[in-house]
Design a protein around this ligand. Sequence first.
Ligand code: NDP
Length: 495
Amino acid sequence: MPETQQTFDSRSPADGRVVGTFPLMEADAVNEAVDRARIASSWWGDLGFDGRRPYLMRFKSILARRSSELAELVHQENGKPTDDALLEILLSIEHLHWAAKHAERVLKRRKVGTGLLTMNQDARLAYQPLGVIGVIGPWNYPVFTPMGSIAYALAAGNAIVYKPSEYTPMVGEWLIKAIQEAIPDQPVAQLVTGAGVTGAALCNSGVDKIAFTGSGATGRKVLKECAETLTPVTLELGGKDAVLVDASADLEKAADAVTFGAYHNAGQTCAGVERVYVHEAVYHEFLDRVAAKTRDLTPGTNRTSSYGPMTMPTQIDVVRRHVLDAMARGGEAVVGGAESVGDRMISPVLLTNVPEDSSAITEETFGPTIVVNPVRDLDEAVDRSNASSYGLSAAIFSKDRKAMERAASRLRVGAVTMNTWVMNAGVPALPWGGSGDSGFGRIHGEDGLREFTRPKATAREKYALPVALTLTNFQRHPKAADLVRKTFAFVHGRS
Ligand code: NDP
């Protein structure tokens, strides 16, 4: 690092101690990284699917062999227990494996059907790499979240430049070094560290796409910055996910899922459970079960605590404001309350009967709190879930499969899980992404691979059509149009 380079510290959220110091990169350094990645992208793209796969498998193997080392870094920098860190690493390995294995099947050049007027064409569709993808990530899942873009972008044949959150640069550096170890030939993966200014510079650097994961407020800035250079973007933003509990639900199972989904990672999960709508017939029993499980939690700064400290200090004020607003509007605290919100740690807060216009219902809280409200039936639960401006995902618990499927099809979200929470994110073949304030675009699965490509269409004339059928020619036969019209009336006009 040059002596004049400005730096910033990454600190442990548990006690504030410095765990790493990194360069605060601005436009020049970012542009240089993108230039290097641009050169590497040609080599990487030219390798083709077969050429890239062994490199990606080598990266996967590094992740699998050194997962404990990476989990320890995540614990230090993000604060989450090591088993939670391990879980996001293991899921990332499965995504990387799937992307490397399926990229060729999904993206390779293939023949497509033609129409009547184009039957003499050999039509083909290929998905070509875009070039260089700028990946901007958050701190809450510092491995799983960026890997959702990095694995798929690399498998599709792109180079990447990654800007991790200023709260988790050490984890970001580890990931990029692991890719560089797996692919030593060319710098197909580059790290740029810094703050918002670094992310903004990446948006303006001329990359071929930005894959952004973060808050809605920053997502809007990214969209504006990318508008200047017409850089396409995917925006994976926040959520206000609801769990819908039907009268027939297995309440113990639902209560377990809600408790884990709400408090795990200190509630700092885009798809975290923030609202629960419970059928009034089972509301009291369900609330009691969740309350008992909530009281059993042991949050703290140990590797084995139920959950850790808040990673980003400013989020603590948001959580306090939401709890206070819910209570001021008549909500009841079943476990904890505003006093649960400490300097670094927040003890779990279970709220009920919170008005639907309270900020604890309308805004992303991103802390270890849940609101459990009673509803008349599953239909009302769907309506309340859909009333949110967010549309990331939702979960339904019921023993009535048909009712669950009906509710799932009505939910305005990118994914629905049934009798489980968030498992869709762990299935590599399923796309991930939301609508409304949760953003747009998809990572993971086939859609996630295509997101990092440019569809290339080709049509090659196999033989010339008879003049009597050719319309795209100034020398066309005077009766050609009429003949084609009659043919169309015969073929398409009968139904
Ligand atoms: P932020 O929006 O604060 O930051 C996200 C990233 O954007 C960080 O790397 C940040 O850098 C960078 N950034 C900041 N300003 C700019 C800018 N002007 N231009 C470009 N980049 C910029 O989000 P958080 O890190 O706080 O993450 C939490 C949010 O992420 C929550 O809303 C959560 O729901 C969402 N999220 C969504 C997921 C999904 O898949 N839908 C998954 C995980 C999280 P720096 O940190 O250095 O300021």
